[in-house]
Write a protein that binds this ligand. Structure first.
Ligand SMILES: [Zn+2]
Length: 129
């Protein structure tokens, strides 16, 4: 799967975003080590604290199906760069500390890594696991 194909899956997933409050729509496509793609969108709620990000939606879909190893994540938005929030960085670090991350918005693409976004992250090794 090419980077552009994974980015396109994230753009497609964004179409399902449920964002009646912020209007900020995000799609994510998470590539597993065995080559499967798990997509997610952000899902808002009238009780704002219940809102879920696109990245964790994709991650939790995968983990709930028994997949725990990931290589790359693409995230798509429109008007501004959708770098993952702190909670998503932490959740992703649990399963993929070496994750490559592609971010796209308004015709732009940026490549980074989870290690760059969350240096010295707290993970299973922190607990001796
Ligand atoms: Zn997030």
């Amino acid at each position: 799967m090419t980077d552009e194909e994974l980015l396109e899956r994230a753009r497609e997933a964004r179409k399902f975003a449920y964002t009646p409050y912020s209007g900020y729509q995000v799609g994510a496509a998470l590539l597993s080590a065995d080559g499967q793609v798990y997509t997610g969108c952000n899902i808002e709620n009238a009780a704002y604290g219940n809102t879920m990000c696109a990245e964790r939606t994709a991650l939790y879909k995968a983990v709930s199906e028994g997949v725990r190893s990931f290589t790359k994540l693409a995230i798509a938005a429109s008007e501004s760069a959708p770098f993952p929030c702190g909670a998503c960085r932490q959740s992703l670090f649990e399963f993929a500390p070496e994750l490559e991350i592609l971010v796209t918005w308004d015709g732009n693409v940026r490549k980074t890594t989870l290690g760059a976004l969350l240096p010295e992250g707290f993970g299973p090794a922190s607990l001796g696991k």
